[in-house]
Design a binder for this molecule. Structure first.
Ligand code: ZN
Length: 431
């Protein structure tokens, strides 16, 4: 090894996210940004310059993966007012702040499922350069939408703004163009939607599908050809089925997923990202009463159905990854630990299943499992060290103060709820 100091995480109880068990007293050796050795605590070859973190008695997790957020939004329940009062350039800093909130809460990889043009791909480059502490970002840029899909509520200025920033396409050639355009903007994956949303107008069952199968297949073919997976917002069952039929990789929300659709997803290997936090926040009385009446009705429908349908999806064996949809009303960034806990408390996962969903399953869902999601030789060094073991008590995953070290790319980026990394000072050398 050159002048670089190795990072050694010594004698921790290491979570094997692939097998779903804890291996006690293992040591992890990191060189640069990579895990180069995992093994019995005494048997690694020490070097003088090793930077050693004593993890005895602590639980060592792979850095967690948050699969669905919107970094340019804050979660303010009065989001229309917030949009009107926010200058465009402010969103860049709002996105940085939100990304850091995910990092300190143990999420070293964050997938953005749609923000204003350019914000996430720019922030990703800043974070990759090590200018600020932040998670590994996977972004979809603006996403591709369809005419008539999501009628927006007023005020008019917001509707106009939405139209200006949304890519709305129809027809096979047009959607292929849109996929390439997203790639050109800096997208890592394609986000689209086969149904309306809870916060939009129109149909109450969120079941309306406007895309044709030909358009959906064209999106998937073009995205896959360019090395991008496809994530699809879908609440109604028809929309979920259309997305699964087309070979999309992840279903976001999946509120009205029917049993036969769950079976299709198992056969196709499609992931479900339930974003339970979004509907739980919307249904809480303080947020619910602030929504327009049409939306209140939809929230109640979705809240009642989502829990039972997601339980069925889990029982049927649908693969599930963790995502909150942070930035929806009352759903603030940095609370993804709560989504993991909701998977245990409401949906019926064991703590081990929930932690697998937050690590290796998240990595698989977004096509990054060759790099992250487990603690193995050759993977990137994204690691979280916890005082209390969340596999024994899942509520330990909710509290960032429980994490003594949040490590991304081999650098200690945060700990105890605070950022610990700042870009290095460049020293002037005088002769
Ligand atoms: Zn979303």
């Amino acid at each position: 090894m050159s002048e670089e100091t190795r990072l050694v995480i010594k004698s921790g109880n290491v979570f094997d996210s692939i097998e779903g068990k804890i291996n006690e007293n293992l040591t992890i050796v990191v060189e640069n940004n990579e895990i180069v050795w995992v093994g019995d605590e005494g048997s690694f070859e020490k070097e003088e310059t090793d930077n050693i973190i004593d993890a005895a008695g602590k639980t060592v997790l792979p850095g967690m993966v948050e699969c669905h957020v919107h970094l340019s939004g804050t979660g303010d329940p009065q989001y229309e007012r917030e949009y009107l009062r926010t200058k465009r350039d402010m969103y860049n800093l709002i996105a940085l702040d939100n990304a850091q909130k995910h990092l300190v809460s143990g999420f070293t990889c964050v997938r953005d499922a749609g923000s204003y043009k350019g914000i996430v791909s720019s922030l990703k480059r800043i974070l990759n350069k090590g200018i600020f502490a932040g998670p590994r970002l996977v972004g979809s840029e603006t996403g591709i939408w369809q005419w008539g899909d999501s009628e927006a509520f007023g005020p008019q200025a917001l509707i106009d703004f939405d139209r200006e920033v949304s890519v709305i396409q129809a027809g096979v050639d047009n959607v292929k163009y849109a996929v390439r355009d997203q790639k050109k903007l800096g997208a890592d994956f394609i986000k689209t939607a086969t149904t309306g949303g809870v916060l939009h107008g129109m149909e109450s069952q969120v079941s309306f599908v406007l895309w044709t199968d030909e358009e959906l297949v064209a999106i998937r073919e073009e995205a896959h050809r360019l090395g991008m997976h496809v994530g699809c917002h879908a609440h109604g069952n028809d929309g979920i089925q259309a997305a699964v039929r087309a070979g999309f990789n992840t279903i976001e929300h999946g509120t009205f997923i029917a049993e036969e659709t769950a079976k299709m997803m198992v056969e196709k290997g499609t992931y479900l990202i339930p974003t339970r936090s979004a509907i739980v926040c919307l249904a809480s009385s303080s947020i619910h009463k602030q929504m327009p009446p049409e939306v209140q009705t939809k929230i109640t429908e979705c809240y009642n159905k989502a829990k039972e349908n997601h339980q069925i999806a889990l029982e049927k064996g649908v693969k599930i990854a963790i995502g909150t949809d942070a930035a929806t009303p009352g759903n603030f960034h940095g609370n993804t630990g709560l989504e993991i806990k909701l998977m245990v408390d409401d949906i019926g996962m064991t703590p081990v299943q929930a932690m697998q969903a937050a690590t290796i399953e998240g990595a698989r869902a977004i096509w990054l499992d060759d790099k992250i999601g487990s603690l193995e030789k050759g993977k990137l060094a994204d690691i979280v060290i916890c005082d209390k073991n969340p596999l024994e008590d899942i509520s330990a995953i909710v509290d960032p103060l429980n994490f003594s070290h949040v490590i991304k790319d081999g650098k200690v980026m945060a700990g105890r709820g605070r950022i610990a990394y700042f870009s290095p000072l460049q020293k002037i050398k005088l002769d």
